[in-house]
Design a protein around this ligand. Structure first.
Ligand code: SD4
Length: 327
């Protein structure tokens, strides 16, 4: 089935005079829009084919819930799904056969929390949320993050499924590491949302690149790389080879490009261009960004063909093909 076939309509709704599909040139700042203006049309977007995750987020948004709660709820869908081998339970392991998870969350006020190199916890996003809310810190890693999670009542579970273990064992035969464009483990979920109060929130969660070195951490838990939210401007998140995203502080860069007046799509495009200028091996890599501004305008852009993202509003739930430079 073509990914486009997942496109689904949730019914006919009046759009209140606001057309949000397609990117308008007007920036959030230029529009004079302020967070808190009412009423606003909620929207959630997420990387890849994460329609179900968007639906879960939408349940929160459609009841007037806040964007940060919505993304936390949404990304738990792939985290708990053993068939999603890039996120949470069932994620592909590192080269030593261990599933290690990275996650981050950020709200409109700039509060954020993240965990990295976390093992045995099915929903790292919930731990990231608690780092944000219950500690003076932003990022906790490894054993310390696990200890914190256990203290907060999380259950330690085996996250390696037979399917991922089998794939790992096959990989071990040659044990050669080379990220594969769009195929290997590119289903990380980054999700950003705008709620009816005009507030933004974002979350990103992943098991990282398959067969990574033990201890490797990608962009997803790095605030400013895999995720960034500025409540006065917009929100952005990334997927793909995290090393390239970290090198340009990707999601923060996308938000800064929106602050300068670029549409979300153009902001993503400019950030991808930056990678292509600065990261020598970019032709062998995939990176995709998605972004959302305070008007509910959104967009995405990728290095390579094949990046898709999911969009949910009160009127539709769709998959969009991202624009790209190569392929
Ligand atoms: C990482 N950015 O760990 C993640 C991987 C990813 O879709 O996005 N996969 O580098």
């Amino acid at each position: 089935m073509q990914r486009r076939d997942f496109v689904k309509s949730t019914g006919a709704f009046a759009l209140g005079g606001t057309t949000i599909l397609g990117c308008r040139e007007k920036s959030a700042e230029a529009s004079g829009f302020q967070a808190g203006d009412n009423p606003k049309r909620s929207i959630v977007i997420s990387t890849w084919n994460n329609i179900e995750a968007n639906n879960a987020a939408w349940k929160v948004l459609s009841k007037g819930g806040n964007a940060t709660d919505s993304v936390e709820a949404g990304v738990q869908i792939p985290e708990g799904d053993p068939n999603d081998q890039s996120v949470g339970y069932g994620g592909r392991p590192d080269r030593e056969g261990k599933v290690t998870l990275d996650a981050s969350i950020m709200n409109h006020a700039g509060e954020c929390g993240a965990v990295a190199f976390l093992e045995g916890i099915k929903h790292p996003i919930k731990v990231a949320r608690l780092v944000m809310e219950k500690t003076p810190h932003v990022l906790m890693v490894g054993e310390g993050a696990l200890q914190f999670a256990v203290e907060k009542g999380f259950r330690v579970e085996e996250l390696l499924t037979p399917e991922s273990e089998n794939e790992w064992k096959k990989w071990l035969v040659e044990a050669q590491y080379k990220p594969e464009i769009n195929i290997e483990n590119h289903d990380t979920i980054g999700m950003v949302a705008l709620d009816s109060n005009g507030n933004l929130g974002g979350a990103c969660t992943t098991s990282g690149l398959a067969w990574k070195m033990r201890g490797r951490v990608g962009d997803s838990p790095i605030i400013g790389a895999g995720l960034f939210v500025d409540g006065d401007v917009g929100a952005a998140t990334a997927t793909g080879v995290g090393e390239a995203v970290i090198k340009i502080a990707g999601s923060h860069l996308v938000v800064e490009f929106m602050r300068q007046g670029n549409s979300p799509e153009d902001a993503c495009k400019l950030a991808v261009e930056r990678i292509m200028k600065k990261v020598p091996n970019h032709a062998d890599l995939q990176v995709g960004f998605i972004a959302l501004n305070l008007n509910g305008e959104y967009g995405g852009y990728a290095i390579q063909r094949g990046f898709i993202y999911a969009v949910q509003t009160d009127s539709e739930s769709i998959i969009k093909d991202s624009k790209y430079f190569l392929g």
